[in-house]
Design a protein. Structure first.
Length: 149
């Protein structure tokens, strides 16, 4: 009986920890989106692990925080009107979390008409011992105009 009680208490403690971790990941994603709206490559890259990979549609994967920073810096003059990421679910497995969700962006690139993009994404977040949650892999899948995510 004591073992059963200890197991139940241990499982409920894990559930509380996972709930707290999921909340932390959701908050980290919202901070990332706020920084993304400023279009500051250094601040955005700081949310990625040093060995991160960014998967953007139509281009080869971008490996490492420094390469992600360079990619983000390759859009001088871009103006972000809207950038949102809405979590659909967050799964936490110890020091790793997966945030599944939908995104929407309205952007102006110099000399081009306003661009609207929306789709689905999954971000793998990781955390070192006591450190912040950082993006290790980010996948974005755009949806056709007029479709709903």
């Amino acid at each position: 009986m004591r073992i059963l009680v200890a197991a139940i208490v241990g499982l409920s403690a894990c559930a509380r920890d996972d709930s707290a971790a999921a909340r932390q990941v959701a908050e980290a994603m919202q901070r990332y989106q706020a920084v993304a709206r400023t279009v500051n490559p250094d601040s955005m890259a700081a949310f990625y692990t040093p060995a991160a990979t960014l998967f953007e549609p139509g281009i080869r994967p971008i490996h490492t925080r420094d390469s992600i920073r360079a990619f983000l810096a390759s859009f001088p003059g871009v103006k972000v009107h809207v950038a949102t990421a809405t979590p659909d679910s967050i799964e936490v497995y110890g020091h790793t979390a997966y945030l599944w969700g939908s995104y929407f962006e309205r952007l102006d690139f110099p000399g081009q008409p306003t661009s609207e993009q929306h789709g689905k994404f999954v971000a793998q977040w990781v955390r070192g011992d006591g450190g912040p949650w950082l993006i290790h892999r980010m996948f974005r899948v755009p949806l056709p105009p007029g479709s709903t995510p």
